[in-house]
Design a binder for this molecule. Structure first.
Ligand SMILES: Cc1cc2nc3c(=O)[nH]c(=O)nc-3n(C[C@H](O)[C@H](O)[C@H](O)COP(=O)(O)O)c2cc1C
Length: 301
């Protein structure tokens, strides 16, 4: 199907104006629009065209509220008229392969896990873009993985399938302030990877995060907790002495910077696996990829 160039350009420009929406009005999403959005998702590219993806459509407000609690307590999920739960799903293909006497072990392979996750993201991003082009706002939720076991139970998701992502969708009550992005020259490299100038790079990130800091809380016990969390993060990278110096500087300034917050108190690599349940353990329970690594310390035989 060809597209009128001007209409296409208008759509692309509109795509460049996207942003995550977390404040949803009561206005429902029409059946026709939802169908178009899902149509965009299921025609997305897929590695080997395996399509190891399933989408659960959640429209019930009570269940959506529970879903929000399971996704590390994000109440706006419960206010979205539609939530799409994207599964990495080897269950369907494993049934088909068994019925047709084909060998099957994609559910326990690193490469298939990686490409399957990419497929999930292609489908989800097609849905996000389609929704945006139809005037419907949305926000990804990455924390469904942390409660995979409970979400699987809630939606009767079979083994060899796991919720990777939720897309909460609805009409925005108002448009939030746009989040700043890195400049193009730090995201797109012509021909080859350039030598990066550390001062330029810092300036680029400082500009992106300008004005965003986390104040050190005045209450001594809250402050102490935050500093200890920060120290725990710092110690993964710095010596105890260096960590103390960084903490002293933060106390002097009265805040930690955004990059210190992101990697120092908010996104610990270890905690990321272990916020609700342990993601790899839960995936192993569901007969998903990491089972062999966890059993044998190996990735692929
Ligand atoms: C994989 C993924 C997971 C995300 N998870 C969450 C989430 O759990 N909660 C949330 O509020 N936003 C989530 N987001 C949205 C990001 O916070 C958002 O895209 C980012 O702050 C940039 O803002 P923008 O989308 O408005 O440009 C997620 C985005 C992606 C791509």
């Amino acid at each position: 199907m060809s597209i009128d160039k001007n209409a296409g350009l208008e759509a692309v420009r509109h795509m460049q104006d996207r942003q995550s929406i977390r404040n949803f009005s009561d206005r429902p999403i029409s059946e026709e629009d939802l169908n178009e959005i899902l149509g965009a998702a299921i025609t997305a590219a897929s590695a080997g065209n395996l399509q190891p993806v399933s989408i659960i459509v959640e429209r019930d407000p009570e269940r959506a509220k529970r879903l929000g609690e399971l996704c590390t307590n994000q109440p706006f999920i419960g206010k979205a008229p539609v939530n799409l739960i994207f599964l990495l799903d080897w269950h369907k293909l494993s049934l088909y392969a068994a019925a047709r006497k084909a060998p099957f072990n994609c559910n326990d392979s690193w490469m298939h896990f990686a490409t399957g996750l990419e497929d999930v993201m292609c489908a989800a991003q097609s849905a996000e873009t389609a929704a945006h082009l139809l005037g419907i706002g949305s926000c990804y939720i990455g924390t469904a993985m942390h409660s995979g076991a409970e979400i699987c139970e809630m939606y009767r998701i079979p083994p060899k399938a796991y919720p990777m992502l939720v897309l909460s969708m609805g009409y925005a009550t108002s448009l939030p302030k746009k989040r700043r992005k890195l400049e193009k020259k730090y995201m797109v490299f012509e021909g080859r990877y350039p030598e990066l100038d550390i001062n330029d790079l810092c300036r680029a990130y400082d500009t992106k995060y300008e004005g965003i800091t986390l104040p050190i809380p005045p209450d001594p016990s809250v402050r102490e907790k935050m500093i200890e969390k920060f120290r725990r993060g710092l110690l993964t990278t710095f010596t105890p002495e260096e960590s103390q110096r960084i903490i002293d500087r933060a106390l002097e300034l009265g805040y930690i910077t955004e990059v210190q917050r992101r990697f120092g108190t908010h996104y610990h690599a270890v905690d990321n696996y272990n916020m609700g349940g342990h993601i790899l353990e839960m995936m192993k329970e569901r007969d998903m990829f990491p089972s062999r690594i966890l059993q044998e310390g190996k990735i692929e035989l």
